[in-house]
Design a protein around this ligand. Structure first.
Ligand code: NAD
Ligand code: CXR
Length: 246
């Protein structure tokens, strides 16, 4: 078991909803109906006992908040949470899941239903180990949210990957490898620009010139007929790192 639902979950969810304020801030600025959106989310969490949520449990909720990001503006990340979000806020070149209304509402929160499915479980939540708890509330959500954001991407996409981790930049078990990359639609996505990030002074695990797990991503993209580029620490990533050092 893991820690329980984040304290004040409903207030945080509603507060984020009112703050973000519109169903998709890149579309027309329509005030979101936050209480209905929250109710749809809670219905999904309580739709079945813990670990037994159906893959489609959040469909109604997701249909209310699904992103439709501008062409060339969708970004994915794996093993690079901090740098990917710093880049998205600084460069404005792309949006991540967590910049979208759908991801913003619950990013960084934990949640699950209580034992009798009457409300959220604040004492403990089941672990997200797929073998122990397949239909776990957060896993089911992030799987569907990842498939949804990948399927809407069009034009060029950005992918911020970690070139230093010994698990590899394209780790098989990651959401990016399992769900997002396979759900890119070749009819809509023309190119994937891979930004391979390395900490300053680190010993890289793999690079664009000496790829290890990246080869698997490239093969997948080739099979789909999606072009790609790969850049180790692009100039603007490097600039961001030097800002951190100061
Ligand atoms: P990653 O390994 O860096 O992990 C991403 C995040 O997922 C981590 O913050 C971790 O806390 C959380 N996580 C890992 N396993 C989980 C599980 N079974 N259930 C719930 N949360 C879990 O990178 P990744 O796996 O490739 O995922 C990143 C990509 O997938 C992004 O492109 C993003 O669009 C999407 N995603 C985001 C989140 C999030 O918490 N914001 C979670 C899952 C997936
Ligand atoms: O510290 P984070 O995970 O970023 O955790 C984000 C949130 C936490 O608040 C926690 O409540 O996600 C929840 N969480 C789990 N429920 C969980 N279950 C198993 C976080 N990690 C969990 N694990 C395992 O622990 C995952 O396999 C993961 C590791 C912690 O990951 P990370 O430090 O990124 O690999």
């Amino acid at each position: 078991y893991e820690e329980g639902t984040t304290p004040h979950f409903e207030n945080i969810f509603l507060g984020r909803c009112f703050e973000h304020g519109c169903l998709s801030c890149t579309d027309e600025n329509k005030m979101a109906d936050c209480q209905n959106i929250y109710n749809a989310f809670l219905d999904a969490v309580l739709s079945a006992p813990n670990c037994e949520l159906d893959d489609n449990a959040y469909d109604t909720f997701i249909s209310m908040v699904a992103p439709n990001l501008p062409e060339d503006m969708t970004a994915f990340w794996s093993g690079t949470y901090d740098i990917a979000h710093e880049l998205s806020s600084i460069t404005r070149d792309f949006y991540t899941m967590e910049d979208s209304f759908m991801g913003y509402l619950v990013d960084g929160l934990n949640w699950c239903g209580n034992a009798d499915q009457t409300g959220l479980g604040f004492l403990e939540c089941p672990s997200w180990d797929y073998d122990k708890c397949y239909g776990q509330a957060t896993s089911v959500f992030w799987n569907k949210a990842s498939a949804t954001i990948a399927a809407q991407a069009r034009g060029e996409v950005s992918v911020v990957l970690n070139g230093d981790t010994t698990e590899g930049a394209f780790r098989d078990s990651s959401f990016f490898a399992r769900v997002e990359a396979p759900n890119l639609d070749p009819a809509k996505v023309t190119k994937a620009n891979i930004l391979l990030v390395h900490e300053l002074g680190s010993i890289p695990y793999e690079t664009c010139d000496e790829p290890i797990t990246l080869i698997n991503l490239w093969s997948l993209l080739e099979e789909k007929g999606i072009e790609y580029s790969c850049t180790d620490n692009p100039e603007y990533v490097f600039t961001l790192f030097t800002l951190h050092v100061r």
